[in-house]
Ligand binder design. Structure first.
Ligand SMILES: [Zn+2]
Length: 308
């Protein structure tokens, strides 16, 4: 979750002191600030995603990672000192998920930081991107924001790794989200026309596992929203629709800005807990974390049954 500075006074203050506390962060992202208030008005209309209408997630045979294992891997973020350590830990989580070092690519974003990408090839090169930002602000341990989403991404990769899939899946841990969605913007900027032609959708997890699963309805693709709502109903999970404030940013917006179908998940009841020393593991409810994980895994199950 990126909070943008609000108003002129805040901007001047931020320009003076910087916003993120890291040497790579050059202060507030003015370009993003300008681009952000036009959220609903000028962003290109997204294409609809033709998800299959009839499905039963009880048929999903993909083996989920347990709530205990998710929680244990998430706890590992508590001892990490900085974003460099987090990047290394993200790679370790992919290795623990059963991928080889050669499966993991580092997309260089600047001299210090990389997006970490693992691709799971399917029969078709039609591609689904599952993402979360792994960087954090300097206050707190960045467990909710966003070690939580990162842990889901690597464990979704683990669950689908050995499956015979119709589609190709790219699992991406984005860097420098907190400095202005820099990693995800970089990723989208480097996509070729072919990459865009074979792109199906992007789903993002940013701040999950405190309570019920949320989709940001105002910035998420309608097909993603309705399909996830249906999955939630079938699972008997609470699934809420909320609107993302125009002063907040998430990585799926980098895709949406390019006209690419995308959506972002979060949790209820997190906003007063992040970007503070109190963003620690005790705020996570492992059962809720596992529910959001299952919803995303079921989304992949529905995707495999759809003609995208
Ligand atoms: Zn944040």
């Amino acid at each position: 979750m990126k909070r943008f500075t609000k108003g002129l006074v805040a901007l001047i203050t931020a320009a003076t002191i910087g916003t993120c506390g890291y040497s790579t962060c050059s202060g507030p992202d003015l370009e993003m600030k300008e681009g952000y208030s036009d959220l609903d008005k000028s962003m290109k209309q997204e294409v609809s995603i033709p998800f299959v209408e009839k499905f039963d997630v009880r048929d999903n045979r993909m083996k989920p990672v347990s709530a205990d294992e998710l929680h244990q891997e998430l706890s590992g973020f508590m001892s990490l000192r900085n974003n460099k350590d987090r990047e290394k830990y993200g790679i370790l989580l992919f290795l623990q998920a059963g991928f080889k070092e050669s499966d993991i690519s580092r997309q260089r974003v600047n001299s210090d930081y990389n997006n970490i990408i693992v691709e799971k090839k399917g029969k078709s090169d039609k591609t689904i991107v599952i993402g979360a930002h792994i960087d954090r602000v300097s206050q707190g341990k960045g467990i909710i924001d966003n070690a939580s989403g990162s842990t889901l991404v690597t464990n979704l990769a683990q669950a689908i790794r050995g499956e015979d899939t119709k589609y190709t899946y790219r699992f991406v841990l984005f860097t420098l989200e907190e400095s202005g969605l820099i990693g995800s913007r970089n990723y989208v900027k480097r996509m070729t026309k072919d990459d865009k032609d074979r792109f199906a959708y992007m789903i993002n997890a940013d701040c999950v596992g405190v309570e019920h699963t949320v989709i940001y309805a105002n910035i998420s693709n309608d097909g993603l929203e309705s399909t996830l709502a249906k999955i939630g109903e079938q699972r008997g999970f609470v699934f809420r629709k909320e609107n993302l404030s125009p002063w907040y940013g998430v990585d799926s917006l980098s895709f949406r800005r390019a006209g690419l179908p995308s959506g972002s998940l979060a949790t209820t009841n997190y906003e007063d807990k992040i970007h503070k020393p109190s963003d620690t593991i005790d705020k996570i409810d492992k059962k809720e974390l596992a529910k959001t994980y299952q919803l995303m895994l079921d989304l992949l199950f529905v995707t495999e049954r759809s003609k995208l």
